[in-house]
Design a protein. Structure first.
Length: 455
């Protein structure tokens, strides 16, 4: 038995829409759910980023924001909390995770470089490729088997990393990046042993290890639950241990910071701050506010304290696990085990009659909104498909997933049950679903703005 470890103090009404209205809205935005107006969405699983419900203490902290341009007390409080949590000596706020990526990669990465990772997320990959570098995914092979049970499917493959390091000039690898939890790999966690092994290997080549820490607390919870030797350790202790292997951190605090905006870069050594300072000031603001208001820094400092609460993390994990089990019970194939922030549906298995380059994930995304007003996102060949540089033909992704990212402290079990009911209806008519073609797209991050047409 588990329940939400909080009481609801403020509510926001949900506007109901009809099937006919949703059909119209879909045509109006060329079947791209990013362009649906939020007021016309019943359940919004587009992302867990910046969509959390803040606590009463966070709302109270907003009133204490010091809005001084430089050296504010809110900045000092933010730095103190992040330093205590991570063990990093230098902390620089940014307005969100992709800003941290852009600033770091702009200064640390050059054309022709290679950035290995367990799996890069979409904005990370785009910021690396924008610099003319290669974003290389080295996740373990079992991660590609959606129904295979493995406690840490987000791990980087150490043997693959060894091969890369042996055959590549280390000067071409300015850093290695581990994403915890591994978002593009269905929110799967990374073991602490894998982080330690990665650091040990990189140290032989004097290559720094960076951690994309957007969901660090959820990853720490999985370590406590699944990794031998950590069952009796506290979440804050596990968090400090995993960060102890990192030379730097980049983070979107819109996930495990319970923030509606915000992020940071953090480093062990001052040389990294010296490297990024000028570009930070040019694009984000003075280093003591980095694009954030003082009230945002206050809310995030409080959020970081709350997210490592074990009662909250147990509720979060068990709630998503139950959600995934309920979907399986009505025939929906999912990535297993369920990750920390979302349930991922295997659209390739659910809709085998739709070819990858007709975007089965997008077909399911559209149908979820049409049938139930539920907004989700495709994680497949639209998001990660590529054009072969030689044949100029599009190459599909190895997975066709739909992510149901559940915002933190926002929806109740009844909301999740409604989603299960809608997907049960879709399952019965799955063979009638059709694919889509892209009629307009941008060069980078096309899934945000692409226009589709049903086939």
């Amino acid at each position: 038995m588990f329940f939400e470890p909080f009481r609801i103090k403020v509510v926001e009404p949900i506007k109901k829409t009809t099937f006919a209205q949703r059909e119209f809205y879909l045509r109006e935005v060329h079947y791209n759910l990013f362009n649906i107006r939020a007021e016309n969405v019943l359940i919004d699983f587009l992302t867990d980023s910046g969509t959390s419900a803040m606590s009463a203490k966070q709302w109270g902290a907003l009133m204490e924001g010091d809005e001084s341009y430089a050296g504010s007390q809110s900045y000092e409080k933010f730095v103190a909390v992040v330093s205590q949590m991570t063990g990093m000596n230098y902390v620089v706020p940014t307005h969100q995770g992709r800003a941290s990526e852009r600033i770091l990669f702009h200064e640390a990465v050059k054309e022709g470089d290679i950035i290995p990772s367990n799996t890069h997320f979409d904005t990370t990959r785009a910021n690396i490729e924008f610099r003319g570098a290669s974003a290389l995914d080295l996740v373990i092979d079992v991660a590609k088997k959606t129904s295979f049970l493995h406690p840490f499917k987000g791990n980087i493959d150490i043997e693959k990393l060894k091969i890369l390091l042996k055959k590549t000039d280390s000067k071409k690898i300015p850093l290695c990046l581990l994403t915890i939890t591994n978002n593009s790999c269905a929110g799967q966690p990374v073991s602490l042993q894998n982080i330690a092994d990665t650091k040990k290997l990189l140290s032989q080549y004097d290559i720094p290890l960076f951690i994309d820490a957007a969901r660090f607390a959820e990853n720490a919870y999985f370590i406590k639950m699944r990794e031998e030797g950590f069952q009796n350790q506290s979440i804050p202790d596990i968090v400090r241990k995993l960060f102890s292997y990192a030379d730097g951190i980049l983070m979107s605090a819109k996930k495990d910071g319970f923030g509606n905006i915000g992020g940071f870069l953090a480093f062990k050594e001052k040389k990294w701050v010296d490297l990024i300072r000028n570009f930070l000031i040019m694009t984000e603001g003075f280093p003591t506010y980095g694009g954030l208001a003082g009230r945002d820094l206050e809310a995030l400092a409080q959020g970081f304290k709350e997210v490592v609460d074990e009662d909250y993390l147990e509720y979060r994990g068990r709630s998503l696990e139950k959600f995934g089990s309920s979907l399986k019970s009505v025939g929906i194939p999912i990535v297993e085990p369920v990750g920390g922030h979302a349930v991922y549906i295997d659209a390739k298995e659910l809709l085998p009659h739709i070819p990858a380059l007709q975007y089965p994930g997008q077909s399911l995304v559209v149908e979820l909104y049409r049938m139930g007003g539920i907004r989700t996102v495709e994680i497949g060949s639209c998001m990660f498909g590529k054009v072969d540089q030689f044949t100029k033909k599009e190459v599909s992704s190895d997975k066709e997933l739909v992510r149901l990212a559940v915002p933190r402290r926002v929806y109740t079990q009844s909301h999740l049950e409604y989603v299960v009911d809608v997907l049960a209806q879709i399952y019965k008519k799955r063979n009638a679903l059709k694919g889509f073609k892209i009629i307009q797209q941008d060069r980078y991050l096309r899934h945000f703005t692409a226009q589709f047409e049903p086939l």
